[in-house]
Write a new protein. Structure first.
Length: 186
């Protein structure tokens, strides 16, 4: 039944996608998001806990039913986790809106709506590939933590606030040098 639930969820999402592309005509509400979450959770629970003889003794394949959905949903999970930590560090309510989510940061870096969505989809595809490769090939379980760590370092480098500030500072200084001024007050 788990594959059937996955195919149903995929069909629902693909049918909804053309109406939700920027500029969206329809937005998914709580009901749709909760239904998708329920279908994903049920699929995970139905697959979880089943081990096969050829994978006995392999830690990755034992935890795979729990690890795979978490990693595939890594982009929204980490975005939500960072939002909670960010707001808690500012002593703000976790429900307070801000403009520091991944898509806001990508847009501030100069990406448009569609490109930001494509980048987030690409990150999800990369994470999915890292976690699904060992499942389908029975090899390469070392790729999973290495791939996730590489993606985390890349995201930290690109999206960390201090890195963005230093890039902006270099751009301002380069612009000032090109105009002939030193960029300093004299």
């Amino acid at each position: 039944i788990a594959p059937l639930l996955a195919v149903l969820a995929l069909g629902m999402c693909l049918g909804f996608l053309p109406f939700n592309v920027h500029p969206a005509r329809i937005f998914m509400g709580d009901g749709g998001a909760l239904l998708l979450g329920l279908l994903m959770a049920c699929s995970t629970l139905l697959v979880g806990g089943k081990t096969y003889e050829d994978t006995n003794g392999s830690t990755f394949f034992f935890y795979a039913p729990l690890l795979i959905p978490f990693v595939i949903m890594g982009v929204p999970v980490f975005d939500t986790a960072f939002a909670v930590v960010r707001r808690a560090s500012r002593r703000a309510s976790p429900a307070t809106a801000d403009k520091e989510h991944l898509h806001h940061r990508l847009m501030r870096l100069g990406h448009g709506q569609r490109r930001s969505v494509f980048i987030l989809w690409a990150w999800t595809a990369i994470l999915s590939g890292f976690v699904l490769y060992p499942v389908y090939t029975d090899e390469g379980t070392a790729l999973v933590p290495a791939g996730i760590a590489a993606l985390a370092v890349a995201l930290f480098t690109v999206l960390h606030p201090e890195a963005r500030r230093s890039r902006r500072g270099r751009a301002v200084t380069a612009g000032a040098d090109a105009s002939g001024s030193s960029g300093r007050y004299t």
